[in-house]
Design a protein around this ligand. Structure first.
Ligand code: SAM
Length: 339
């Protein structure tokens, strides 16, 4: 999934920096990723560590992390996917409020895909409420639907707005395929259910968990994830509410990490409460907290180091001067070994 602040392309840098700093065998450690988003960092550590904890305040992220970290390992689920992919479109909440031809004509999805999402989402819920499927299979089907819906969304990338015309990729019929992390041999990367997944504010959760390695990847700026991914929440929860305004926004959680006057206090409290020896924070040079502010907070609790990686923020135009300042940004990995 194309996600703001995704660490997909930085995960090997993060993995090798963590490995160098932690030293001992990772296989004996508990790794926690408590601003997990798509979960890509926790998912890349899960096969290497003893157990993983993932958390995010957004419900769609909880669904994704349940699927990837507590994967469905039982019988082949393809018969369920076949049924879902052959359902006739249905006029439901998504078709009505967020698709072409709906009452508000919000073009987040084509008419057909809006109806498909409703049909599939309702069927998954029916199977769950009649105990036809286990919780593990429920999250597997639901996460697979979220990923499939995101692929055919008619947006530039986030759900803060939709495009005026249905773009090519959004015209393709939605197809739900089993979302599983696999290695090059096609085997499941995560082969057990013992990982833990939470859906809480990190500052609350941190008081209840302990472990060895804590990875923090909070938002960097004022863009609230709840607003930018509201439609994924709506598909995941499939609740009813009155969509607001042109974009059909729902009520959403407002994170202190997106507020200039609250972020430093929240971060300081989080670090103070963390019961982990090794703490890593991803942040970039354009974040609400400066590098010096972060350093001050972290070094008050132990020995601090900084790793920096330069990367290109935009897809570079080949004719552009590659050394141009606005073209690149720095990703920091702040490292704390707590006393
Ligand atoms: C930079 S993104 C994480 C990206 C993730 N590492 C990835 O690669 O997909 C920040 C995440 O923090 C979550 N978040 C924001 N405030 C939070 C809070 N107070 N507690 C828990 N999660 C929070 C957001 O929902 C978002 O998914």
């Amino acid at each position: 999934m194309n996600y703001i602040g995704s660490k997909n392309s930085l995960s090997s840098f993060i993995r090798s920096t963590v490995q160098d700093a932690v030293g001992d065998a990772l296989s004996t450690k508990t790794f926690a990723d408590i601003f997990a988003g798509t979960g890509i960092v926790g998912r890349s550590f899960a096969p290497l560590v003893k157990s993983t904890i993932a958390n995010d305040v957004e419900y769609y992220s909880y669904v994704l992390n349940k699927n990837y970290l507590q994967p469905y390992l039982e019988n082949d689920a393809s018969s369920y996917f076949d049924i879902l992919n052959n359902l006739a479109p249905k006029q439901g909440f998504i078709a009505q409020h967020y698709a072409e031809g709906g009452t508000a004509d919000r073009l987040y999805f084509s008419k057909e895909n809006g109806g498909k999402i409703d049909a599939i989402r309702s069927q998954i819920e029916l199977w769950k409420s009649t105990s036809e499927i286990t919780d593990v299979l429920y999250f597997h089907l639901l996460a697979s639907l979220l990923e499939a819906a995101d692929k055919v969304a008619n947006t530039a990338s986030v759900y803060g707005a939709y495009l005026k015309k249905i773009k090519k990729s959004a015209q393709k019929p939605l197809q739900v395929i089993p979302m599983v992390d696999r290695n090059d041999q096609g085997e499941n990367l995560v082969t057990f259910q013992k990982n833990k997944v939470y859906h809480e504010d990190s500052n609350q959760l941190i008081k209840k968990i302990t472990g060895d390695i804590l990875y923090l990847d909070p938002p960097y700026n004022a863009r609230q994830y709840g607003a930018n991914y509201h439609l994924l929440t709506t598909i995941a929860k499939y609740d009813t509410f009155v969509p607001k305004g042109k974009t059909g926004l729902r009520e959403y959680y407002k994170s202190a990490y997106c507020r200039k006057n609250e972020v430093l206090d929240s971060f300081s409290q989080l670090i103070a409460d963390a019961q982990f020896k090794h703490i890593f924070l991803s942040y970039n040079n354009e974040g609400l907290m400066s590098q010096k502010e972060v350093e001050k907070v972290m070094s008050a609790h132990g020995s601090y180091q900084l790793e920096t990686k330069k990367y290109r923020r935009f897809k570079a135009d080949k004719t552009e001067n590659r050394n141009h300042k606005a073209d690149s940004t720095f990703e920091y990995l702040h490292i704390l070994e707590k006393k």
